[in-house]
Design a protein around this ligand. Structure first.
Ligand code: TYD
Ligand code: MG
Length: 444
């Protein structure tokens, strides 16, 4: 046992009130003796390994502070380059400012470079969002050199460049926003991200004219590419992954634009179904797949006698026109229901696009429900692909969808003949043909 002065390190075999070396009072504390010889098995519990066999440490995964967004991005690592595409005004800058502030709060400095807005404008938005992180650094420039300079001065954990189309990489390389400039900027920024280990977000606008110098042109340069989509008038946004070096591309996140920025919709399954109490004719609920998510959507039909002049109206919103015209022909041929003198309007509520054939049976049911003015019970979902012969075909991931439907409290499902989950708290009618399906719904 020995005692040591905590001020100067003087050692003594017994406790002293005052240190004889530095003269301080009450600084002696007992010190445990360390064993002089450490047993060899404690020093090296495993035999030494050749370098190639030593496992690399798992890369640290960064979170954006929004679990739904993290799910889509597949877990971010330092040095990853993420492309955020989307139409102007959809909410890219809003979302990235939120993510930047979250990352700044969690991990340290984040540099947000805007080529479109002054720092004061970005600050105003951050205030509105209530995300004024002191670790968030703002810079307004279009000059790639200035961005790189700022990166080396700030040494951020993450970098946001909003947007690629406003970065001038090469003064001799043509206009800002040209294909050459956009590519060069993306390439140089990715290189910096990799060498300095900076998580980098690149924003890119989808231009109205199509893909010119848009996000598609740099997708090959990045690790993860996501798109923010939605109907511009609506509040709902879908973040969809199209490329991911770190995870699956099947995931989507549903976000809602509010007065306080984009917020996650944690259980979006029922988001697209209206919350009305009484069923209305012409409405059918269909469980569609978005990524691995089952979303319930409302297919709405309005069938009315047409004016008489010219061909009847066929208008679709959120559905494929050609596919729907085929379904009307199948209804005509195999159910003997004539729609030739009727206007047919179809829409998917909530602004979602439904292109899955799994919605066929639901579309037919909505049309007949409107035509007969007979509502479909609201506790019923409809699922199945309709063949040209009036037959029904099973859908992809049918059992998973039905499981989710049962969980959400629906009582009945009219589906194509297909495998069912073993335990299912749902009354399921398996129909072989369109006619059988419509009979089960009492629509014939
Ligand atoms: P923005 O992020 O600027 O879109 P992008 O960068 O993709 O062009 O979003 C613009 C729209 O979002 C704008 O019409 C205003 C709206 N908005 C809100 O509704 N709530 C908010 O909190 C914010 C910041 C924006
Ligand atoms: Mg913007």
């Amino acid at each position: 046992m020995s005692f040591r002065c905590q001020a100067c390190g003087y050692r003594s075999p017994k406790w002293l009130g005052r240190c004889p070396q530095c003269g301080e009072y009450g600084t002696f504390a007992e010190e445990k003796e360390t064993p002089s010889s450490i047993p060899p098995e404690l020093v090296a519990p495993e035999p030494p390994k050749p370098l190639p066999e030593v496992p690399a440490p798992p890369p640290e995964r960064l979170s954006t502070g929004m679990p739904e967004v993290d799910r889509v991005l597949g877990g971010l690592v330092p040095g990853a380059v993420v492309l955020f595409g989307g139409e102007p005004g959809i909410g890219k800058s809003t979302l990235l400012l939120e993510l930047a502030a979250n990352i700044a709060d969690r991990y340290g400095k984040v540099l947000y470079v805007s080529g479109e807005e002054a720092p004061s404008q970005v600050k105003l938005r951050a205030q509105r969002l209530g995300r004024e992180s002191p670790n968030l650094y703002l810079l307004s420039t279009q000059d790639l050199l200035a961005i790189l300079n700022a990166v080396s001065r700030v040494a951020p954990v993450a970098l946001v460049v909003d947007s690629l189309q406003t970065v001038l990489a090469d003064p001799q390389g043509g206009e800002v926003g040209s294909l050459a400039q956009v590519r060069e900027s993306a390439a140089q920024l990715s290189r910096v991200a990799k060498t300095a280990g900076i998580l980098t977000f690149l924003v890119s606008h989808i231009t109205k004219e199509g893909g010119f110098a848009g996000p598609k042109t740099v997708e090959h340069l990045v690790d993860v590419a996501v798109y923010l989509e939605g109907i511009r008038e609506g509040d709902l946004r879908i973040l969809r992954c199209v490329k991911n070096r770190y995870g699956s591309t099947a995931e989507v996140a549903v976000l809602e634009m509010t007065g306080k920025g984009l917020v996650e919709v944690p259980n979006p399954s029922l988001f697209f179904v209206s919350k009305e109490a009484t069923p209305r004719p012409g409405t059918a609920i269909v469980p569609v797949l978005e990524g691995t998510r089952t979303l319930l959507v409302e297919v709405q039909a309005l069938v009315t006698p047409s004016g008489g002049y010219g061909p009847p109206q066929r208008r679709m919103a959120g559905l494929d026109l050609n596919r729907t015209l085929v379904l009307l022909a199948v209804i005509e041929k195999h159910l003997g229901v004539h729609t030739r003198a009727l206007d047919v309007y179809l829409a998917v509520a909530g602004g979602l696009e439904v292109i899955e054939p799994a919605a066929d049976l639901g579309i037919c049911a909505a049309v007949l429900s409107s035509l007969r003015d007979r509502p479909i019970p609201m506790d019923t979902v409809i699922l199945g692909e309709v063949g040209l012969a009036g037959d029904l075909r099973p859908v992809r991931k049918g059992p998973e969808r039905l499981q989710e439907v049962a969980k959400l409290g629906f009582r009945r499902a009219i589906v194509a003949h297909q495998p069912l989950p073993k335990k299912l708290d749902l009354e399921v009618v398996r129909a072989k043909t369109l006619r059988e399906g419509m009979e089960a719904l009492e629509l014939l």
